[in-house]
Write a protein that binds this ligand. Structure first.
Ligand SMILES: C[S@@+](CC[C@H](N)C(=O)[O-])C[C@H]1O[C@@H](n2cnc3c(N)ncnc32)[C@H](O)[C@@H]1O
Length: 345
């Protein structure tokens, strides 16, 4: 098994996984080619429907065989084959579907004479419907009862995020996170949510279609073990570099240093909470909940002041925007309003 541990491997995932006899993965995230004609280095993404479904069965079976009994299996898929994936998983592999997540983004493919496609399905399956890892405490966000209704019945721990994920934009070419050498890179924020939800530190995450390496790089940053497989040697070489150049998001437990990883984590957490900086500034209670939940997720002890200062900094430097890239700050009015809010506190 050592040949797989913390490795990115070039090869066919079906062949490689069929050669492994013992289940090792606590979490599998699979984002296969969707059969929609994307241009990959070594894979032809336009197969006959029957062939593609048969191939889907083969790789799903190979993955399922090496998934541990209490493991989780997430599959990202487009509209055309979502039904086939669900049927194979439930009817043939006897997996349980815990969530049918829809990742909604607004930067989809443009259309001339029909509505623009702006979502991807993410299935969340488990092998055992009673035994699985799900860390709700580090995923919860401020609820409407807390944010809007000021309702005393609100759970102080917040609420679970919805199964429609619209807080994570699709990576466009101008984003800093974009590697530039892979045609369809998933955002790290999505993988961070999935890995946090379904694994503990030290667990083993597998991505059989590693691509640009998003899953494995996030697993590494979050102190999980990983294995990535891709048919393209070029992608594998680049993904290994991506891991080598990454810094750990949770490095130095308790340490209050705003690393690049922590800045990203704060940005993601901010968008997951769907709250404005003004709302946070205006309510000590909401800022307190936000700080408490962020600290719990990151194992830190930031004060509400630390959090506001950092949000101000990120906002002023254009790094907090939902667009997720460093844009030049050109909204003076917005900045000064925000700053005057700071001085009132
Ligand atoms: C949709 S992309 C994955 C993107 C990835 N989630 C990311 O964030 O970068 C699918 C990948 O599967 C790879 N692939 C295609 N057939 C494969 C096979 N049989 N075994 C392993 N990888 C394969 C392609 O080279 C491509 O990089």
């Amino acid at each position: 098994m050592d040949k797989l541990l913390n490795k990115i491997i070039a090869g066919d995932c079906i062949e490689i996984l069929n050669g492994i006899k013992e289940p090792f993965a606590d979490l599998i995230f699979a984002d296969p080619p969707f059969n929609i004609g994307y241009k990959y280095d070594k894979y032809h993404d336009k197969q006959k429907k029957e062939y593609y479904i048969d191939w889907t069965k083969k790789w799903m079976t190979a993955c399922n065989n090496i998934l541990k009994p209490a493991g989780s299996f997430y599959i990202a898929i487009g509209d055309d084959y979502a039904a086939s994936v669900k049927t194979i998983a439930e009817d043939e592999l006897k997996l349980f579907c815990r969530n049918w997540i829809v990742w909604h983004y607004t930067f989809g493919q443009q259309m001339k004479n029909k509505f623009a496609r702006s979502h991807t399905h993410i299935f969340y399956f488990v092998k055992d419907k009673k035994q699985f890892t799900f860390n709700d405490n580090v995923l919860r966000v401020i609820s409407d009862r807390q944010k809007i209704y000021n309702d005393k019945r609100a759970n102080p721990e917040g609420k679970m995020p919805d199964d429609v994920w619209n807080e994570y934009p699709r990576l466009c070419g101008t984003f800093e996170e974009r590697t530039g050498w892979h045609p369809c890179q998933m955002p790290e924020s999505i993988l961070a949510r999935i890995i946090r939800a379904s694994t503990h530190e030290g667990d083993w995450v597998l991505d059989p279609f590693n691509g640009s390496g998003t899953t494995t790089v996030v697993a590494h940053k979050l102190l999980r073990n990983y294995t990535g497989i891709d048919i393209s040697k070029k992608y594998v070489t680049e993904a290994i570099k991506r891991i080598k150049n990454s810094s750990l998001a949770v490095e130095g437990e308790g340490k209050l240093e705003w690393t690049e990883g922590l800045n990203n984590e704060l940005k993601w957490f901010y968008h997951e909470n769907k709250i404005t900086t003004e709302e946070l500034m205006d309510s000590e209670e909401l800022l307190g909940i936000f700080t408490y939940k962020f600290n719990e997720r990151m194992k830190k002890v930031f004060t509400p002041e630390d959090i506001t200062k950092r949000l101000v900094y990120l906002r002023k430097s254009g790094k907090l925007g939902p667009l997720g890239y460093s844009r030049k700050q050109n909204n003076e009015k917005e900045t000064s309003l925000w700053e005057s809010g700071m001085t009132q506190k």
